[in-house]
Design a protein around this ligand. Structure first.
Ligand code: NDP
Length: 296
C-alpha cells in the first residue's frame, strides 16, 4: 500500500532503516508526512520507497531535503560515521537522535551538532518497533526546549513524548536507567527459567508465578521510595541479614540444580558487602550506600 502525503504535514528525513527506523518511516508515511530516507545499506529503503518514501542518493541529499532529520542508528558512533563526512550540510538542520547511547555521548553529540550549525534533540525510545505509532508508547526527549516544542506535534506521530529537560544527556540517562532495571530483571527471570527447566518445569508453567512476582514489584517500589528519598533504611520490615540468607538459598538451589550460579552469587556478594559495612539490621535498601561507595 502506498500512502498519500499531505501538504500541511511537516516533511521529515529518516536516516537509519533498521527495524526502528523502518517502523518510524512507516508511521510518518501513514500519518501523511512526506519522508525522505537514507540508509547505509540502500536496499533496506526499497520497501519504504514502494510505500511512498523518497530515497536520497546521498547523506547530503537526505540532509538538504528537510529541516527535521530523525536518526535511528545503532549508536552515536554510527551517527559520526554517517554525518562526519557531511558536516557542511548540517547547518540549519534539527537532528532528532533516537539512537541509544550514554548521557555523556549525547551531550558530546549535541555540542558537535551545534558546532556545525545544527540543533540536536536527544531521544530515548521506550518501546520496540511494534510500539511505534501506537498510543501509549513513550519516548524521552531532552535538549533545547524551543526545538522540542516546535517539533513535538510531528514527533508524536511516533510515540508519546516525555520531555525530561534541557540537558541533552537527560533523555539518554532516563533511557539507561530504564535499561538498568530491564536487563537486570530480565536476566534474573532467565536465570529462574533455567533453574525451573533443570527440574522439568517449563517456562509456560512458570509464567503465572514469574508474572506474579514481577507484578508485585511496583508495591515494593511505592513502599520504599519515600524512605529512600528521606535517606531512611529502617530494618522494621526487612533486614539485610535476612535478605542475605534468602539470596544464599537461591545460590544453593541453583548449584544443586547444576545451573550456573554466577548471577545470584554476584547478588550475594553485594549483600555481604552491606553486611561488612555493618548494615545487617538495616533494610536491604541500605545497599544504595554500598553502590555509592564501592570498595576500592
Ligand atoms: P539496528 O542496530 O538494527 O539498526 C541500526 C541502523 O544503524 C541501520 O540502519 C544500520 O545500517 C545503521 N548503522 C549501524 N552502524 C552503522 C555505521 N557504522 N554506519 C552507518 N550506518 C550504521 O537498530 P534498531 O533499528 O533496532 O534500533 C535503532 C536504535 O533504536 C538503536 O539505538 C536501539 O538501541 C534503539 N532502540 C531499539 C529498540 C528495539 O527494540 N529495536 C527499542 C528501543 C530503542 P545498515 O542497515 O546499513 O546496517
Amino acid at each position: 500500500m502506498s500512502f498519500q502525503a499531505s501538504q500541511d504535514k511537516q516533511a521529515v528525513t529518516v536516516i537509519g532503516l533498521g527495524p526502528m527506523g523502518t517502523a518510524m518511516t512507516e508511521a510518518f508515511l501513514a500519518a501523511g508526512h512526506r519522508v525522505t530516507v537514507w540508509n547505509r545499506t540502500a536496499a533496506k529503503a526499497d520497501a519504504l520507497v514502494a510505500k511512498g518514501a523518497e530515497r536520497a542518493a546521498t547523506v547530503e541529499e537526505a540532509l538538504a531535503a528537510n529541516e527535521l532529520v530523525v536518526l535511528s542508528l545503532t549508536d552515536y558512533d554510527a551517527m559520526y560515521a554517517i554525518l562526519g563526512p557531511a558536516t557542511a550540510a548540517l547547518s540549519g538542520r534539527v537532528l532528532v537522535n533516537l539512537s541509544s547511547d550514554t548521557p555523556a555521548r549525547a551531550r558530546e553529540a549535541a555540542a558537535w551538532a551545534e558546532s556545525h550549525g545544527a540543533r540536536h534533540l536527544t531521544g530515548g525510545v521506550q518501546v520496540p518497533p511494534s510500539g511505534i505509532g501506537s498510543p501509549g508508547s513513550s519516548t524521552f526527549y531532552s535538549g533545547p526546549r524551543d526545538v522540542f516544542e516546535a517539533h513535538r506535534h510531528t514527533l508524536q506521530v511516533l510515540t508519546g513524548t516525555d520531555f525530561r529537560g534541557t540537558d541533552p544527556g537527560l533523555a539518554a540517562l532516563y533511557y539507561q536507567l530504564m535499561m538498568d532495571v530491564f536487563w537486570t530483571t530480565m536476566t534474573g527471570y532467565l536465570h529462574a527459567v533455567t533453574v525451573a527447566d533443570a527440574h522439568g518445569i517449563t517456562a509456560e508453567e512458570f509464567l503465572p508465578y514469574a508474572s506474579s512476582i514481577v507484578a508485585s514489584v511496583p508495591n515494593f517500589l511505592t513502599f520504599y521510595t519515600p524512605r529512600i528519598d528521606a535517606g531512611r533504611h529502617d530494618g522494621d520490615v526487612d533486614n539485610l541479614a535476612m535478605g542475605a540468607a534468602s539470596v544464599d538459598h537461591v545460590v544453593h538451589t541453583t548449584e544443586d540444580a547444576g545451573v550456573d550460579s554466577s548471577l545470584p552469587t554476584a547478588v550475594l556478594e553485594i549483600f555481604h558487602r552491606g553486611l561488612d559495612r555493618g548494615h545487617a539490621g538495616d533494610s536491604f535498601t541500605s545497599l544504595i550506600g554500598t553502590f555509592r561507595k564501592p570498595v576500592a
